[in-house]
Write a protein that binds this ligand. Structure first.
Ligand code: ADP
Ligand code: ADP
Ligand code: ZN
Length: 223
């Protein structure tokens, strides 16, 4: 049985961090639209050049191209087991696009863990975030430092600070989140798919809460 999980939360809430931990526990791949866009940027594809203009400003890439990119990702064989969606959907239109895509393969979203974090904490997390160039693992200077400064614990890749984590762009991204993504919380709650998680707990406590929400949803689905 395939399992599709949508991780919801503001920029810096901990979606990527939790996705990386849950991938091992659940055996389904992380699908991060931010990572996919950054790969396109690096490879200098047409999509990458288009996405860059939005990402640099902290705005959302248009729904149509974002949905199409996810559709292509789902066609890869590892998504036969499902996916942990990190950073998608970010608008109601994308959520509707996802429903249509999943219905076409006889699937639906199992659960939507919503990692709740206050705006001030989001900003503090983004400003201290270091990301691995190679495997996109996330670290934080204070809350989750790497064993050796500047080096990824998982793959020994180089750590860098994303340009869109600068204070101005990070603020814009948080505003965009409130305008365009936060309405998804009530949208998924209305469908009975939301699982609220206190995202201001330590990383391990958030992981435990997430895992129990996902496992509960899987066993509901199997009944
Ligand atoms: P974070 O993890 O900090 O929230 P992401 O890596 O998910 O940031 O996203 C970085 C940028 O990539 C966003 O600011 C946006 O420009 C673009 N992006 C990522 N996912 C989407 C999406 N689902 N729809 C539109 N734009 C997106
Ligand atoms: P998102 O993918 O939602 O944008 P990340 O997973 O990249 O968020 O996390 C943002 C930053 O906050 C990273 O520096 C990460 O190490 C840190 N972080 C993640 N979860 C927690 C937590 N529960 N407590 C403290 N810091 C955290
Ligand atoms: Zn790494």
């Amino acid at each position: 049985m395939a399992v599709f999980v949508v991780l919801l939360g503001g920029p810096g809430a901990g979606k990527g961090t939790q996705a990386k931990l849950l991938v091992d526990e659940l055996g389904i791949p992380q699908v991060s639209t931010g990572d996919l866009f950054r790969q396109h940027l690096q490879a200098d594809t047409d999509l990458g050049r288009l996405a860059r203009t939005y990402m640099e400003r902290g705005e959302l890439v248009p729904d149509r191209v974002t949905i199409e990119m996810v559709r292509e990702r789902f066609a890869q064989s590892d998504c036969a087991s499902g996916a942990l969606l990190d950073g998608f959907p970010r608008t109601i239109a994308q959520a509707e696009g996802l429903e249509i895509m999943l219905a076409a393969i006889g699937q639906r979203v199992a659960v939507v863990p919503f990692i709740r974090v206050s705006p001030a904490v989001l900003l503090e997390r983004l400003s201290g975030r270091w990301t691995c160039r190679q495997c996109s693992s996330m670290y934080h200077v204070l809350h989750n430092p790497p064993l050796a400064p500047g080096v990824c614990d998982r793959c020994a890749g180089e750590l860098y600070q994303r340009t869109d984590d600068s204070p101005e762009t990070a603020k814009r991204r948080i505003d965009v989140y409130w305008e365009q993504t936060a309405p998804l919380v009530e949208w998924y709650r209305g469908k009975g798919q939301l699982a609220e998680i206190d995202g201001e707990q330590p990383i391990e406590a958030v992981s435990r809460a997430m895992l129990s929400a996902v496992c509960a949803a899987i066993s509901r689905g199997e009944r």
